[in-house]
Design a protein around this ligand. Structure first.
Ligand code: ADP
Ligand code: MG
Length: 694
């Protein structure tokens, strides 16, 4: 198959619409999307019919409203197109009404107490800005999900609201620069990390099955220390998987572009070409789903957890973000002379101000039980939010702040030292991998996201906080007598007020933690510490002002996130208890028996059996210690279950249950290294991390 036939072949995209819709319907749809107007029922009826015919040709029998509830994953309920006819047969039908509105039972999705379970009604409504597509013989229609009383229950709706809001505020600013821009879109390119392991080892690990991460496991003899995996040659099984994945994603219109091995053994990355945030969000959800599905087809399991293995790197997601006008201008493109580019500098300091004023919200947007294992662990950015600007931009803004002219450091040709290789222009700044929020040439890269996240949450926050900066700027500049000098003064004032958020050094160092504290930056180490910041008065006021969330929605979302944290830890603790009692202890006991039997037989024939006795004793002591720790863990889990305050409960899991889990793990891992391999009840780190052999 040729690429032009593959790409988007399962998407009801613009080309298909132009081919299949009557001209006036297509036009009405386009106008409605552009102006954000609702689509008439008669128009929807025509579209539904065309969609159905197209989908049936692609082998579909069902349709579903595809939505993104607060679970962080997508949801779908499939309905067949069939309609009975009086002669006892069926015809395939799909009405405009069915396209526009669905009524899934909302009671079993997290709502954070917005609805009691008896008020089950929820609606899904068609989002015509995102294309319908075919998956599993089903026509999937991207939708928003709201409650009967109008509260938003999903991640898509607030994302769309935040994009529109930022667009309005950015257009106000651009108008002052004399530009006639009707729309600004936020763009995102999320780099996705993941692990691939053989299915046979996955299936033998209850912890991977129930929690997505290993709760036990001593380090393998080889980890990532040789640095031989990053960008290394990709194993054949993985190559086949990656090609298959690319093709399936391309069919769905996902712009999968770059693939390579990552730092840890068995770790890989996929990066798409960026597109507008809402489309990128849908595409990333599909990417994660396809990664798992295709892995299974290849006899492998794809792990998207943030920290599947202790001691080697975990997985994150880099959210590359910028703003672009409908005329194709990237607002974060510095150009050749950023020092003379007032518009660029203004948008740049708008982001700086936003990140400084709302560090707490950015931290909240990446908080989860899984991500707590990464942030600040010397492999991922610290939990402290700061911005990397690089030498040149920092130099320019500092010069402005000090009323100096910026003396440009010329971009020099980079000499590789081999004359046959072409020379290229050296970037003005090196990269900084340790920064949580780095300027990378013409976009910002928000690097704190966990690999399993929906990117909707972080982008809702990012868009809203930048919109707030731009709103304040527009208020100030719209009344200015001399616009350009007002812009310059505003850039200066803003940089001076917010330069504490700029840090170009090593984010992994201890000095930075101290320095950040001196600067008054927040260092929220864990989710239960971070999440309450979501609902501070200042933040609720922000969301209400921008029409993103009501106070009730913020409250409920905070509760959902806190409850999710407790539930995840509860499942992990119960899995550990189960694995210890049912697998580890019995296995070790059997090995102790073998050692003891051997010692007895050895002694009977006059052989010294000190070694067997020593190991048996050691394991026996570890069993005793492990048993105690198991008991403590059980007691703490019971206690946690009795705490009714959602915040207190999450905090108790963090301060009491988690350390009890860690203590038990330590003992179990010590047992592992002292137990003969054939007795150990599940695959070890070595078995798992190197399970894909060729
Ligand atoms: P890295 O060097 O960080 O691994 P990659 O080249 O793998 O970077 O990925 C960079 C990502 O940034 C890609 O997904 C790319 O499409 C995206 N990107 C580039 N320009 C923009 C932009 N203007 N807005 C949003 N994302 C962008
Ligand atoms: Mg990156």
């Amino acid at each position: 198959m040729v690429m032009s036939e593959i790409f988007g072949s399962l998407v009801f995209n613009d080309t298909v619409m132009q081919e299949r819709l009557p001209k006036y319907t297509y036009k009405e749809l386009k106008t409605c999307i552009e102006n954000g107007d609702p689509i008439s029922l008669s128009c929807a009826t025509v579209i539904a019919n065309a969609m159905k015919d197209w989908a049936i040709e692609k082998g579909c029998t069902h349709f579903t409203h595809w939505f993104q509830p607060m679970t962080g994953i997508t949801a779908e309920k499939h309905d067949a197109f069939i309609q009975p006819t009086p002669d006892g047969k069926v015809i395939m039908e799909f009405s405009g009404k069915e396209l526009i509105k669905g009524e899934p039972d909302a009671s079993s999705f997290p709502s954070g107490g917005i609805r009691a379970t008896f008020e089950a009604r929820g609606y899904t409504t068609w989002d015509p800005t995102s294309y319908a597509f075919v998956k599993d013989h089903t026509l999937c229609i991207p939708t928003a999900f709201v409650s009967y009383t109008g509260e938003v229950l999903d991640k898509k709706t607030p994302l769309l609201k935040s994009m529109e809001d930022l667009s309005n505020k950015a257009c106000r600013i651009l108008k002052l620069f004399g530009k006639n821009v009707r729309k600004v879109v936020t763009t995102v390119g999320p780099e996705q990390e993941y692990f691939l392991i053989d299915k046979s080892v996955y299936e033998k690990r209850k912890d991977l099955i129930f929690t997505g991460r290993t709760l036990f496991g001593a380090p393998a003899p080889k980890g990532q220390e040789l640095e031989d995996h990053y960008f290394g040659t990709i194993k054949q099984r993985v190559v086949k998987y990656m090609s298959d994945l690319d093709i399936e994603l391309w069919k769905l219109g996902v712009l999968a572009k770059t693939k390579h091995n990552e730092v840890a053994p068995a770790q890989h990355e996929l990066a798409p070409i960026f597109t507008q945030s809402s489309v990128s969000t849908d595409a990333n959800q599909l990417t994660m789903e396809m990664m798992k599905k295709i892995a299974s087809r290849h006899g492998m399991a794809c792990l998207l957890h943030e920290k599947p293995f202790a001691g080697v790197n975990g997985s994150g997601k880099h959210n590359n973000w910028s703003m672009s006008t409908d005329t194709g201008e990237n607002l974060l493109e510095p150009g050749d002379t950023p020092e003379d580019n007032a518009q660029f500098l203004l948008f740049l300091v708008a982001v700086l101000k936003a990140v400084d004023d709302y560090q707490d919200l950015l931290r909240v947007s990446v908080a989860s039980a899984g991500n707590d294992h990464r942030l600040g662990a010397n492999e991922a950015p610290p939990a402290i939010v700061s911005v990397f600007l690089g030498e040149e931009l920092d130099g320019i803004l500092t010069a402005i702040a000090e009323d100096r002219t910026y003396s440009k450091r010329a971009r020099c040709d980079y000499e590789i030292g081999v004359s046959s290789l072409p020379k290229f222009k050296k970037d003005t700044t090196d990269r900084n991998r340790t920064s949580p929020f780095a300027f990378t040439g013409n976009k910002f890269e928000f690097r704190m996201l966990g690999s399993s996240f929906s990117i909707a949450g972080p982008n809702i926050i990012l868009n809203t906080i930048v919109a707030e900066s731009l709103d304040q700027f527009a208020d100030e500049l719209e009344g200015a007598e001399d616009f350009m000098s007002a812009v310059k003064a505003l850039i200066k004032k803003t940089f001076i007020a917010h330069k504490r958020i700029v840090f170009n050094g090593n984010g992994y160092s201890d000095e930075w933690v101290k320095e950040a504290e001196k600067r008054g930056l927040l260092n929220l180490q864990s989710s239960p510490e971070a999440l309450p910041y979501f609902r501070t008065a200042k933040n609720i006021a922000l969301f209400e002002k921008h029409g993103i969330f009501s106070a009730l929605e913020v409250e409920s979302r905070t509760d959902i996130l806190l409850e999710n944290y407790s539930k995840v830890l509860n499942i992990e603790a119960l899995t550990m208890i189960d694995m210890t009692a049912k697998d580890i202890m019995p296995a070790v006991t059997t090995y102790i028996k073998e050692l003891s039997d051997t010692a007895i037989s050895a002694k009977a024939v006059g052989i010294d059996a000190k070694t067997q006795v020593t190991v048996a004793k050691k394991l026996s002591d570890l069993c005793a210690a492990g048993y105690k720790q198991l008991d403590t863990l059980k007691t703490k889990v019971h206690k946690a279950e009795t705490i009714s305050n959602i915040q207190d409960k999450a905090m108790y899991y963090r301060t009491d249950v988690l350390p009890a889990m860690e203590a038990l793990r330590k003992t179990a891992d010590e047992m592992e290294v002292n137990t003969a391999e054939k007795y150990w009840p599940f695959p070890t780190y070595g078995d798992i991390l190197f399970s894909i052999k060729e």
